[in-house]
Design a protein around this ligand. Structure first.
Ligand SMILES: Cc1ncc(COP(=O)(O)O)c(C=O)c1O
Length: 427
């Protein structure tokens, strides 16, 4: 009954998270997940960012159950539905209008990689150029276009063919401050003899969720935006993981005060873990012909229902933002306390997308495994899994946050030995 043998017998070996967390989960609530062997786990993973409001948030759950009970339509491609109308009105009134953002909303297929594909295709169509620039250690998804702008060599190798029409440029602080930002790019774009074709777009994450939690400085994001404007290159911000409040504000780029040409959203936009994605487009760029980018699952009405409920519940005023920033500081302080005990360990990331990079690249994986044994789900990030990545639900309580940090501290002590006192002052 409780055997896991069917997974070994039938499921493809491509499965991954279940290898580190082999429990069989049954129920979940808020920041807790429960397994069928009776154990409970504190969740510092939040569905890889798809559960920003925790598991089964009661307000969203009620809205969903009521909708389904009432016989509400579930599947409708991109036909008009009352729930889509309500979602669009709410998104306009709660998110776009208060931020003075003028975007058209496109529904691509319901995953992060789908919104990235739609953004890349649209940028190429609108500009008539083919090349896309992306950043070292970027992650944008697993379909071929998104993979072509992704850095990780293991993931890229899975493509099985050359990933073309894109190049990588250094992300913020790639040279540890040794090279002036955008020095090379500015020069080659201004030199008709450089041999570098002008790109259609540059795609960027404000915080590199999968690539090691590097967070771009606001001034770097502003310089990137200005460079794109000056050279008529479209700026795509991939907010699939860092958006929907993960860094404090609804959009991760708000801190920098920039307005990207295209924004990719997915993961927590439905609020409930239901698949959904949006591509936000400056109106002049809204140039796909009807059906030119298509997909069967672009009108998942249950996701519109929970997405609308989430926007109304959390984003009607600034209360939630204030709370997320406060808790984010608590998380940062807790992780700093741990990092300060180990030579060379540093805290990375921003807001609720933050973690610790250890100089011993095997440390984070071992600490994550020891945390799991103690009842905490926490993953790793970076090309060598060298960063312990914490991504709790934004609704987590202070007590839960403290418990999780305490578990990480105990796991770090088990793996790396007792922290060294007085290191912080030396750092
Ligand atoms: C920044 C970013 N873009 C795109 C994706 C791809 O999203 P999905 O896995 O839903 O295709 C991810 C997934 O982690 C992501 O972090």
């Amino acid at each position: 009954m409780s055997s896991t043998s069917i997974f070994d017998e039938l499921e493809s070996q491509v499965r991954s998270y279940c290898r580190n967390w082999p429990a069989t989960f049954t129920t979940a609530s808020g920041s807790s997940m429960h397994a069928e062997d009776g154990r409970s786990y504190l969740d510092f993973f939040a569905g890889a960012g798809a559960l920003n409001y925790g598991h089964n948030h009661p307000v969203l759950l009620e809205a969903l159950i009521e909708y389904l009970r009432s016989g509400g339509i579930v599947h409708s491609l991109d036909m008009h539905t009352a729930t889509k109308r309500e979602f669009l009105r709410t998104f306009r009134d709660r998110i776009l209008a208060p931020r003075d953002l003028d975007y058209k909303v496109m529904f691509p297929g319901p995953t992060g990689t789908n919104t990235v594909e739609s953004a890349l295709k649209l940028a190429r169509k609108v500009t008539g150029r083919q090349h896309i620039l992306s950043f070292t250690n970027a992650f944008h998804g697993m379909t071929l276009g998104a993979l072509s702008v992704t850095g990780n060599s293991m993931k890229r190798n899975g493509a099985g063919l050359p990933l073309t029409n894109s190049s990588k440029i250094p992300y913020d602080d790639y040279f540890s401050g040794a090279t002036e930002d955008f020095l090379w790019l500015e020069r080659v774009l201004s030199d008709s003899g450089s041999g570098v074709d002008k790109p259609a777009a540059i795609i960027v994450e404000s915080v590199q969720g999968e690539g090691g939690l590097s967070a771009a400085r606001p001034e770097w994001m502003r310089a990137l935006s200005e460079l794109c404007r000056a050279h008529e290159i479209l700026l795509i911000v991939d907010d699939v993981q860092a958006g929907c409040g993960r860094t404090g504000d609804f959009f991760s780029f708000e801190e920098a005060g920039i307005t990207p040409d295209i924004v990719c959203l997915s993961k927590s936009i439905s609020g409930f873990g239901l698949p959904m994605a949006l591509t936000l487009i400056r109106p002049e760029l809204d140039q796909f012909a009807p059906g030119e980018h298509n997909g069967t699952f672009r009108g998942h009405n249950p996701a519109f229902v929970t997405g609308t409920a989430a926007l109304n519940h959390f984003w009607s005023d600034d209360t939630f933002v204030g709370q997320v920033k406060e808790r984010g500081d608590e998380l940062h302080d807790g992780l700093s306390r741990i990092a300060n005990g180990y030579e060379g360990a540093v805290v990375k990331g921003r807001g609720f997308l933050t973690g610790i990079k250890f100089p011993d690249t095997s440390a984070a994986s071992r600490i994550a495994a020891a945390s799991y044994q103690r009842g905490l789900l926490v993953e790793t990030s970076g090309p060598e899994d060298e960063v312990l990545k914490t991504m709790p639900a934004l609704t987590i309580t202070s007590d839960e946050l403290r418990s999780g940090v305490d578990i990480i501290e105990a796991a770090a002590t088990e793996v790396l030995g007792a922290p060294v006192a007085g290191l912080a002052a030396a750092k």
